[in-house]
Design a protein around this ligand. Sequence first.
Ligand code: B12
Length: 215
Amino acid sequence: MKDETILQSIGDSLLNIQEDETFTLIETATADGFTPVEIIENGLSPGMLAVGDRFERGDMFLPQVMMAATLMGKCVDSLKGNMAGNEAAEKKGVIVIGTVEGDVHDIGKNIVKVLLNVNGFEVHDVGRDALLEKFVEKAKEVNADIIASSALMTGTMEVMGDLETALKEAGIRDDVKTIVGGAPVTQYWAEKIGANAYAENAGEAVQKAVELMQV
Ligand code: B12
């Protein structure tokens, strides 16, 4: 019997950086029939956002935020194993993903990567704080269909515009589609810099990537 309150408990447990409890709750939620995506999107992610709220209010400090972030990464990695079943699906396209230069936030990017991967995309990760050249070189190397960039800070959002320019200068802008995301990024921003798509969360990122492959 699926009881949604367990997802809230998972978020609370992450917020309180209770590693053992978080893993136990995830196991229980999995046994109760919640999918890894439901656990990530409706349990862990709201918990991480609550971490952000506390940090903003000054009720939580950077070392604790880092501990919560590390725990979130571990949880996503463990859930990834349960999603592996879909990986055999027909390859839907090749994606290069990364967090732009100057920005080390990669939790959201990693979730997007996992979801794209289990939904049949071949995903190449250039990591975080990734130089524009890295995106361009990797895209050429793997003959990418889509370039996905993440930014979590208002300052680094600008770099997404520079990426558009770098792709044009490298002569490959017309060969790829671009998708952008991250907490401060919006549809308006995507249009302003000339990106092909924006997605608010990982589930929507998969949907938009599928659409981009059909254009
Ligand atoms: C965790 C965290 C950290 C961790 C990061 C660990 C890691 N490995 O990622 C640590 C502690 C290292 C950190 C450091 C810093 N942080 Co910080 N951090 C956060 C925090 C609390 C949560 C971010 C997060 O992981 N959210 C959870 C994930 C699941 O959500 P998400 O990233 O938004 O991703 C989802 C969507 O956005 C989307 N998505 C994400 N990427 C992509 C990409 C594509 C292509 C698509 C389609 C979709 C998509 O899908 C994801 C899943 O649904 C935020 C607060 C917040 N409200 O965002 C601050 C925040 C982002 N940090 C902030 C700041 C200022 C910093 C520091 C400068 C702090 C400092 N004084 O040193 C440094 C930055 C250093 C640097 N150069 O990057 C500010 C940014 C302010 C701004 N607007 O510019 C925030 C907003 C906090 C605040 N209010 O002050 N941080």
